[in-house]
Design a binder for this molecule. Sequence first.
Ligand code: URA
Length: 210
Amino acid sequence: MTKKVHVFNHPLIQHKLGIVRDKNTGPKEFRELVEEISKLMAYEITLHLPLSDVEIETPVTNTSVKRLSGKKLGIVPIMRAGLGMVDGILSLIPVAKVGHIGLYRDPETLEPVEYYAKLPEDIGERELIVVDPMLATGGSASAAISAIKKRGAKNIKFLCLIAVQEGIDKIHEDHPEVPIYTGALDPGLNEKSYITPGFGDAGDRLYGTK
Ligand code: URA
């Protein structure tokens, strides 16, 4: 199985990511930028979608136009920081359904524990994009992917703003069929498992809780 990591080198994504990383960027601008970056990433990640020809009438004559014809899409944010990426993607793909996965880390085992899952009923027929701004250790991302697979998901992509190799390896090991899309590959994690240089705690920065 090919293990795929795609880094979006689009200049707008890279420029906006640079502002997101700045500690002086406040929650309002941070949220707006995460939304804009997610929208740009949604554009890139949907380049492969199949089209079919449909006959329509314009006000002038009959003609053939293109319509999306492949699988329907679904977005699955990992709560809470993943929520910050949803509106940007939905602005381009308004018909996508949104499922939610909530995970916390057990303080003793340090393993992710699911506390919430609400997913589209037809999850098995959808092409799913699991979103979380940071792919750090990969524990939550891998557990979230397992949780949706358990409920029938078959076609999954993982989308983040910043990833490190440890998280990529974890997803590749547990879910080798899941391609990973990211805005940047950072060098590693610090002693508190924050991505470095990263941009700190994505949830706190999105929602001003710090
Ligand atoms: N989650 C975050 O929000 N930030 C990190 O740096 C790592 C995980």
